[in-house]
Structure formats: structure tokens, C-alpha cells
Design a protein around this ligand. Structure first.
Ligand code: UD1
Length: 343
């Protein structure tokens, strides 16, 4: 059985490719390498013992995308990760984000239709919930969708709607939408991990780069939130646990177990941790001191959000249960690996 993974050399895509191949699936990766490196394929091959098929194709290129389906006639399902994902950049270049993220999905759904591929897993985000009110914390899938705070967030909402409308018009299409909370960490082998471009926006890469001496200090964005220690709370989920959820989702579809044409799952641990808790736990488990200062709040940040993952636990038979200490160590081991640090 072959799965097409768009964005498969990216952070979550590469970990998912490993999980799929370890379960015996053949994988064809489509990636334009705009935010990832081809040598990620070497890392995947070293872990799995086999190289995934790779097509350097931009999902905006309809013809090239269709050619991939023509070449690999045994594609049974698609997992669609390929997208631009920097929130700040999306505010500066909204049209780039709308073009990239929305046309890619449209091209993909059309190519799937043309080639009679019926199953798609879509990579969405808890950003669709905005700041849930206190009655909706932890957040389950019935929490209301709120107006997106950025063009990036809006592309996730629009893409979810495109999938629902397409499924409505085509009874044979089957989709699973996965709303991720905050993916962190790297594969235990330290052969694949997150490779941010330039100065990281996300917390964990900034922490590990500060630990490695690439950044002077971490800025904790706000300590005056309505949380126990004043810093924001998120549900940090291990990327390897997250990857496994995609395998469960694909299997559910291929085995014809889905109950609705479009199913939605929140993927998180169910536990919220503050920025300061992450920072202190990182320092404790790695023994590395991170210089930091309290800085003003970051515009657009949400105070607190964490998942109710009960539906994914029960229906997908999946659970994110790797202890955060282990996850933080994996992130540090990866940073050391890419910086050639030995201790
Ligand atoms: C961000 C995006 C979200 C996207 C997700 C992808 C914003 C506002 N939201 O989520 O749409 O889906 O990334 O992973 O950008 N922090 C610091 N110092 C730093 C970096 C972060 O204190 O240098 C804090 C933030 O204020 C936040 C927490 O760490 O409280 C997590 O931040 P981040 O990793 O950027 O994730 P989100 O903001 O949750």
C-alpha cells in the first residue's frame, strides 16, 4: 500500500514518513524543498533501512502533481502537510499564504479525483479554536471555531471548509482532519528533527538554539497572563506520538472504519504546560542553563489552550504518552546533532 505524503521532508512529514514505513507502507514524498532539505531523506533511510520515493514537486504545479499520481498508480491515500506555516510572515505576505496553502489543496483534491484516490488526511491546527472560553478548556472537537488571528490560521480554516464542501459534493471522498496542538521534539535517533529557517518563532527551537549558544537569551513573552505562573500555557505534543496518529488515521480510512465522511480529531496530550515550566524542565533534564528574560507579550498570542484528546484516544486508539522530559531531551539531542556538539 502506497501513501503520498506532501511536505514529507518537513518536520512533521518526515516523522510521519518514518512511522508509515515502519508499519510497512510504501511512501512517495512530494515536497518543493522550500522549507526543508533533501538530506532529510538520508535520515529517514538510516532510521527505516529503506529510502522513500521522492518527487521534488510543488503542489502549485498541477501538471507535475498529476504526473506523480500517473507514476505511482498504487497510491491509496494522501497525507497533506505541504504548506507555509510562519504566522508572522503570513501577516506580511497574506496573498503568498492564500495562494500556497489554498491552491495546493485544490490541486491535490482535483488530482486525487482524477486518479480515483479516495482518502486524505489533512494537517490542521488548534489555531482554529482561537482562545477558547473557560467552558471549552480543555478543548474538544465541538468547541466553536473562532475568527482566525492570522492569514496562516485562516488558510487552515478555509482548507477545512474546502475539504468538507468537496466531500459533500463527492460521496466517495473520505477525509480525516487532524488538529495539532504544539508539536515538539525529534526522533530518538536524532537523525531527523525540526530545522527552522533563520530565527525560530516557535518556543522549543529557540530554547535549544539558546542552549547551543546560537542565541543570547530566550525572551519569555509575558508573565502577566491569568495563569498560575503568569506565562502562557500550551499542550506540547511529541512529534513522534503525533506521527503515529497519522498512521492510525490512514488505517482507519483504508479499513473502512470511518463513521463520517469527514472526521475531525484534536491531537494533544491533554496536559497544559507553561512557558516557564517548559524552560525549567528543559534546564533540569539537560543540565544546561538557559539565559532568559521576561519580555512583553507577543501580539496575537493566546493565553492558554490545551486539548481534550478523548476522541482521538477512543476512536483512533491512539495516545500521546511520551513523558515531556524525554521529549525535551530528544529536542536537545537533535540540536546537538545538527551543531556537532558532543556534550
Ligand atoms: C504558533 C502559532 C500557531 C501555529 C503554531 C505552529 C502564533 C501566535 N501561533 O503557536 O498559529 O499553529 O505556532 O507550531 O505564532 N514563546 C516565548 N518565547 C519565544 C517563543 C515562544 O515565550 O521565543 C512562547 C509563546 O508566547 C507561547 C509559547 O511560547 O506562549 C509557544 O509559542 P510557539 O511555539 O510560537 O507556539 P504557539 O504560539 O502556540
Amino acid at each position: 500500500m502506497r501513501i503520498l505524503v506532501t511536505g514529507g521532508t518537513g518536520y512533521i512529514g518526515s516523522h510521519t514518513t518514518v512511522s508509515l514505513m515502519q508499519q510497512g507502507y510504501d511512501v512517495t514524498i512530494v515536497d518543493n524543498l522550500s522549507n526543508s532539505d533533501k538530506n532529510v531523506l538520508d535520515g529517514i533511510e538510516q532510521i527505516v533501512g529503506k529510502r522513500p520515493d521522492f518527487c521534488q514537486v510543488d503542489c502549485l504545479n498541477e501538471q507535475a502533481l498529476n504526473q506523480v499520481f500517473d507514476t505511482y498508480k498504487d497510491i491509496e491515500a494522501v497525507i497533506h502537510f505541504a504548506a507555509s506555516k510562519a504566522v508572522g510572515e503570513s501577516v506580511e505576505k497574506p496573498l503568498l499564504y492564500y495562494r500556497n496553502n489554498i491552491l495546493s489543496l485544490i490541486n491535490l483534491l482535483e488530482a486525487m479525483h482524477r486518479h480515483s484516490v479516495k482518502h486524505i488526511v489533512f494537517s490542521s491546527s488548534c489555531t482554529v479554536y482561537g482562545q477558547p472560553d473557560k467552558d471549552h478548556l480543555p478543548v474538544d472537537e465541538t468547541a466553536p471555531i473562532q475568527k482566525a488571528l492570522s492569514p496562516y490560521g485562516n488558510t487552515k480554516q478555509i482548507n477545512e471548509e474546502i475539504i468538507c464542501d468537496t466531500a459533500h459534493s463527492d460521496a466517495s471522498l473520505n477525509a480525516i482532519i487532524l488538529r495539532y496542538f504544539n508539536p515538539i521534539g525529534a526522533h530518538q535517533s536524532a537523525l531527523i528533527g525540526e530545522l527552522p529557517n533563520g530565527v525560530p518563532n516557535n518556543l522549543l527551537p529557540f530554547v535549544t538554539q539558546t542552549a547551543a549558544g546560537l542565541r543570547d537569551k530566550l525572551r519569555v513573552f509575558g508573565n502577566d497572563y491569568n495563569t498560575p505562573d503568569g506565562s502562557c500555557i500550551r499542550d506540547y505534543i511529541y512529534v513522534v506520538d503525533l506521527a503515529k496518529a497519522h498512521v492510525c488515521a490512514v488505517e482507519r480510512m483504508l479499513q473502512g472504519k470511518t463513521k463520517e465522511q469527514v472526521e475531525v480529531f484534536n491531537l494533544g496530550t491533554g496536559r497544559g504546560l507553561s512557558v516557564l515550566e517548559i524552560l525549567n524542565t528543559f534546564m533540569r533534564v539537560t543540565g544546561v542553563t538557559i539565559p532568559y528574560e521576561i519580555a512583553p507579550r507577543r501580539e496575537g498570542d493566546i493565553e492558554k489552550v490545551w486539548a481534550n484528546p478523548k476522541k482521538a484516544n477512543e476512536v483512533l486508539g491512539w495516545k500521546a504518552d511520551t513523558p515531556v522530559e524525554e521529549v525535551l531531551l530528544s529536542a536537545w539531542n537533535w540540536e546537538k546533532h545538527i551543531r556537532n556538539l558532543n556534550n
